[in-house]
Design a protein around this ligand. Structure first.
Ligand code: ZN
Length: 299
């Protein structure tokens, strides 16, 4: 691929996909692995989306194929318990010696947590006219316009078509966006960041037939065009209006699941909590020293 390390990395991705296929676990790659690949690099984790309830079987399949269980506990980069983000269903690690000591995590996400609105995941490399999924076969001219090399081919591994990745991210934004003002940054902030990276990549992909705007869900097009600068300047007000409008539409159609994101606290709510506690402390002291209450229980 790009160098000898990425060659070996690509071989591992093919091997893992093949093992999952052989075990009858429908799968598609997602996330950093695709984003890095399109930027001519490799990611420090490999994310697969699989059907709900299949994560345990997927791990057992890969352990039997020579991958390793996690030995890092709560400190593992795959679980990221210290970060505010969605939790992966399960993960294993590539065996260290295959990539020079890099025990890269292979992570499994359940379809309903990311792609609930999408059709069945592919059980084998999809055909080139599949509307949602595509084989990972990228012409070298995408990276270097003068290159004569044959396309990079990661078959049997497959990815979600870039325009459908955008579609999935818009679904996720609508699911996880909190309608209130002044909130702490939540998951929607992460989705938005990834979406912006696709805004950057889309023109280059389109030049090579890898991104077709018209294949986006029609009611998502106004938002996408806005993100791509179609309305001139972007403002927080316009931004909110686009998302809240779409969110309301999808809710009305009953197609938007509720967010699995933990409840967030507004700054205002946080101040209320602090004030409430100091008020309680004050009342306690008043009681203690007023003489009316000779004995007060300590916390
Ligand atoms: Zn781990």
């Amino acid at each position: 691929m790009f160098n000898s390390f990425s060659e070996r990395y690509a071989d591992q991705v093919k091997l893992v996909t093949d093992a999952l296929d052989q075990a009858g676990i429908n799968n598609v790659l997602w996330g950093h692995v695709i984003e890095h690949f399109l930027e001519k690099s490799v990611s420090s984790c490999i994310d697969y989306i699989i059907h709900d309830g299949m994560a345990e079987k997927a791990c057992q399949t890969l352990l039997a194929a020579g991958l390793e269980p996690c030995e890092n506990g709560g400190e593992c980069t795959a679980t990221r318990h210290w970060e505010d983000r969605m939790e992966v269903a399960a993960h294993v690690h590539l065996e260290g010696t295959t990539l020079g000591g890099n025990k890269i995590p292979v992570m499994f996400w359940e379809k309903s947590s990311l792609l609930w609105a999408f059709p069945e995941l592919p059980s084998s490399p999809p055909s080139s006219d599949d509307p949602y999924y595509m084989p990972i076969r990228i012409p070298w001219t995408y990276y270097d316009s003068r290159s004569q090399r044959p396309p990079i081919d990661l078959t049997p591994a497959r990815m979600i078509k870039p325009v459908k990745i955008v579609e999935a991210l818009i679904w996720l934004m609508c699911r996880d966006r909190n309608p209130n003002e002044g909130l702490e940054w939540g998951w929607e902030h992460r989705w938005q960041e990834i979406l912006e990276s696709w805004v950057q990549k889309a023109p280059g992909l389109a030049e090579h037939g890898l991104f077709c705007r018209n294949e986006l869900r029609p009611d998502f097009l106004p938002l996408w065009d806005y993100l791509c600068g179609g309305e001139g300047g972007q403002t927080p007000k316009k931004h909110r209006a686009h998302y809240l409008g779409l969110q309301a539409k999808l809710r009305a159609e009953n197609t938007l699941p509720s967010t699995p994101q933990p409840k967030r606290r507004t700054m205002k709510r946080l101040m209320q909590i602090i004030e409430y506690h100091s008020e309680k402390e004050y009342q306690k002291r008043v009681k203690r020293y007023s003489g009316n209450t000779p004995w007060i229980e300590e916390d």
